[in-house]
Design a protein around this ligand. Structure first.
Ligand SMILES: NC(=O)c1ccc[n+]([C@@H]2O[C@H](COP(=O)([O-])OP(=O)(O)OC[C@H]3O[C@@H](n4cnc5c(N)ncnc54)[C@H](O)[C@@H]3O)[C@@H](O)[C@H]2O)c1
Ligand SMILES: [Zn+2]
Length: 355
């Protein structure tokens, strides 16, 4: 049980929601809304209420699960529901769910009547170690991820690893990719510990470690002007692969599966364009390839992948920017890479999948 200080709010860890009970009993809020998707209202809401002594003084706003619903149409529905419930600016929204719910709930809350308070209770591994920390909210537009959004801080974040019990294995593996990334960019020992662990039964201490790493980075650079960019390791290529797979593949990749591919490619670029050693590159690609399902980057997708990277909103002056490892545990940002090296990294990735 512990508490981390983040910009203007706290991240409470394994408290069984005791500080939330205090907030709810403080009388500060005119109304309380819980925002969940159908899965989290089935699997997480009962536990949420149990932790709060059967608290039922809230209205539930439920949405369909999945990234495809993280869009403006669903936001309009939620804003209208808030209006129907006569929600004023003193109401509180509790986002109970994965990253789709914390991103979209945070966006809706930060814009409804110019902003109401919200609290994040992330219920997937990915949301616990990544999405719920750092103040980014947002929704997708067409197939462009997180195209519209705000930087808005929750009143508090509550991380309860008990919620993870019902998370599907594939979703656990997805979140685990962000934990591997945290080790690779900041802490070699942590990366080595993760290599010894099992993603199906992640130690709460490891989750805490990841939250500390993410929180430290975003606290130092909340608006992503510099250091925060290291969190994009694996994401420049990973996001392009994720979008491509979503549009073109019969069964899309999870975010973490795409980031795993991106991390192998970008580790290759780190060896070619930065100081990552060949031994460390091999270590990273062996570990990740063994853990994640095999995938093949089709030659006919290369042009589109490059085009997707070109349109990444993190680029500056039309130049694709990478965050590359200097070693395991150290990451640099604003690295430029040639197109032919990016293509080489795709071939390198494909070769790792043929072992
Ligand atoms: N804001 C940020 O900084 C940030 C960072 C990383 C990712 N994200 C966003 O997070 C989203 C991905 O998050 P995600 O992987 O949590 O996706 P998600 O919210 O879609 O959750 C994945 C699936 O698990 C279900 N689920 C959630 N909790 C469950 C539980 N405890 N038991 C059973 N099922 C459960 C959901 O209903 C969903 O079907 C993306 O939209 C991404 O853009 C945001
Ligand atoms: Zn990510």
């Amino acid at each position: 049980m512990s508490k981390l200080d983040s910009a203007g709010h706290s991240i409470h860890f394994e408290t069984r929601l005791a500080p939330l009970m205090e907030i709810l009993e403080s009388g500060k809020y005119s109304k309380v809304f819980v925002f969940a998707d159908r899965n989290t209202s089935e699997h997480c809401l009962p536990l949420f209420q149990e932790m709060l002594d059967d608290f039922n003084g809230f209205d539930l706003i439920e949405t369909d699960p999945g990234e495809e619903n993280k869009n403006i149409d669903f936001c309009i529905g939620i804003w209208k529901t808030l209006l129907d419930f006569e929600a004023d600016r003193k109401c509180l929204m509790i986002n109970l769910g994965g990253g789709v719910i914390t991103d979209m709930g945070g966006f809706v809350a930060s814009t409804y009547k110019r902003g109401i308070d919200f609290i994040n209770i992330p219920t997937t591994l990915l949301a616990q170690v990544d999405a719920s920390v750092g103040g980014k909210t947002g929704i997708d537009m067409d197939s462009v991820k997180n195209m519209v959004g705000t930087f808005a801080l929750p009143q508090a974040v509550f991380i309860e690893t008990e919620f993870l019990r019902t998370v599907p294995d594939r979703e656990l593996l997805s979140g685990f990719a962000e934990m591997i990334k945290h080790g690779l960019i900041v802490d070699r020992n942590y990366y080595n510990e993760l290599k010894e662990s099992n993603y199906l039964d992640v130690n709460p201490k490891a989750i805490y470690n990841s939250v500390v790493i993410k929180n430290d980075v975003v606290t130092e650079d909340p608006q992503e002007k510099s250091l925060r960019k290291i969190l994009n390791f694996g994401h420049t290529i990973g996001h392009a692969v994720e979008t491509y797979a979503l549009v073109k593949d019969a069964s899309p990749l999870t975010h973490g599966e795409a980031i795993a591919i991106g991390m192998i490619c970008e580790a290759y670029l780190s060896q070619k364009n930065n100081t990552l050693t060949a031994t460390d590159l091999e270590d990273i690609s062996n570990y990740i390839s063994n853990l994640y399902p095999a995938y093949h980057l089709k030659t006919e997708s290369f042009t589109e992948l490059l085009a997707l990277m070109q349109s990444d909103k993190k680029n500056e002056n039309g130049q694709i920017m990478f965050s590359l490892l200097g070693s395991i545990g150290k990451c640099d940002f604003n690295c430029r890479v040639t197109e032919s090296d990016i293509l080489e990294s795709f071939h390198y990735y494909n070769a790792t999948q043929q072992k």
